[in-house]
Design a protein around this ligand. Structure first.
Ligand SMILES: C[S@@+](CC[C@H](N)C(=O)[O-])C[C@H]1O[C@@H](n2cnc3c(N)ncnc32)[C@H](O)[C@@H]1O
Length: 372
């Protein structure tokens, strides 16, 4: 089923047939699904029929009974946003994540008047974020299949009807000018050359330094234009810096974003008495074990031990309460215990993604001088 919706720019209350819905299973598992009342969404916990989601409010929890057990499994139905799309999209390439994209848009002063050039389009992660915030996005991709997939996806998401143009192009070899005869989503019926007039540029290419000299003819005159090059290796940054300087870009700065997710959690308050009790417990259990082994070697067993052996039960008494983790499990926040608020960092941190090299340029200063 292929339907064009403006799901990324319009807010809706109710899930409808044909909607692109992001099904939130867990923080690491969000799946994009087109609503089709005949279809179901399968998880390892069970099957969620789409018809149970259609008609519900966005944000609703949908529950089913799990297979074989009398428990519930649930998912949430969410409306797409660029941030959630980045976490759920089908990867065709490496992508730009929200900590980087939000920082880049802020540094490039992106807003409702921005006209942005992006190359390459890749999986379209950043394109969705740009599309929501800027006036025009001109995105370029030289890989034929990726170009077609991205164009289809942008069409389905309603982006091509709004402010996005995608062009099939090797920007290092052929620059950024869109002209008649090009393979592009731009309607070139009455146009020879498209005036890109871009005031922000984002290059996520293996060799951005080969594309920089093509920018002068497509960036806005008389205003400050920003460029950001996204490169994973410092050697690439070196070459980019050289090219930026050579082509008259100034205020060059390289930064790296180290995104961290902090979680607010509760930790049980542990007192000195708890620590002493724990040490005593270890000692008690050790002694009980030694006694038992001794009796086993001597072939002697207490009545209780014989009984326990018959039942297959452990002989050592179970620790009732242990604030250091082992023993009886206590649910976080259990009101019978004392808790303190703590911050925990995620266990697996995705560290270095890429270096961001920013630079700025004003090609024709006449207008700026006049306004002074
Ligand atoms: C890392 S991906 C971009 C990912 C994208 N920023 C995202 O967030 O989804 C780089 C893309 O640039 C494309 N590319 C590489 N060299 C290019 C060139 N000279 N012209 C146009 N696209 C190019 C590749 O085909 C690839 O799809």
């Amino acid at each position: 089923m292929s339907l064009t919706t403006s799901c990324f720019s319009e807010y809706k209350d109710i899930v409808q047939e044909g909607d692109l819905v992001l099904i939130w299973i867990s923080r690491d598992q969000i799946k994009p699904v087109k609503m089709d009342s005949e279809a179901s969404f399968n998880t390892r916990y069970g099957t969620f029929p789409h018809k149970d989601m259609i008609g519900k409010k966005y944000g609703s929890q949908i529950a089913i009974r799990t297979k074989g057990t009398n428990r519930f499994a649930f998912v949430h139905v969410l409306q797409p946003t660029p941030e959630l799309w980045t976490l759920s999209l089908p990867h065709r390439t490496q992508i730009v994540y929200t900590p980087d994209s939000s920082y880049i848009m802020q540094r490039l002063n992106c807003g409702p008047n921005s006209r942005v050039i992006e190359a390459g389009t890749g999986s379209g992660s950043f394109s969705h974020a740009f599309a929501r915030s800027v006036k025009k996005l001109f995105t370029f991709e030289f890989h034929q299949v990726r170009f077609e997939q991205a164009m289809q996806e942008f069409k389905e998401h309603g982006l091509l009807d709004e402010n996005v143009t995608i062009t099939h192009r090797d920007v290092c070899a052929d620059g950024f000018t869109i002209k008649s005869g090009d393979t592009t989503s731009f309607d070139l019926t009455n146009v020879q050359n498209v005036d890109l007039n871009a005031n922000a540029v984002f290059l996520d290419l293996p060799a951005p330094w080969e594309a920089i000299h093509h920018l002068d003819s497509v960036i806005a005159k008389g205003e400050k234009v920003g460029v950001c090059c996204f490169s994973p290796c410092i050697e690439q940054v070196d070459k980019t810096l050289e090219s930026l300087e050579k082509n008259g870009w100034t205020n060059i700065e390289m930064v790296e974003i180290q995104g961290r997710r902090y979680e607010s959690r509760r930790q049980m308050v542990r007192t000195l008495d708890d620590a002493l009790e724990r040490l005593k417990d270890i000692k008690r259990r050790k002694l009980a074990g030694m006694e038992r082994r001794k009796r086993q070697l001597e072939g002697l067993k207490t009545e209780e031990e014989k009984q326990d052996q018959n039942n297959g039960q452990p002989v050592t008494e179970k620790t009732q309460f242990n604030p250091f983790g082992k023993g009886e499990r206590v649910k976080e926040g259990d009101p019978n215990y004392q808790w303190k608020e703590v911050t925990k960092i995620e266990s697996e941190i995705k560290s270095h993604t890429s270096y961001l090299t920013f630079a700025f340029k004003i090609t024709d200063k006449t207008r700026v001088e006049e306004s002074k």
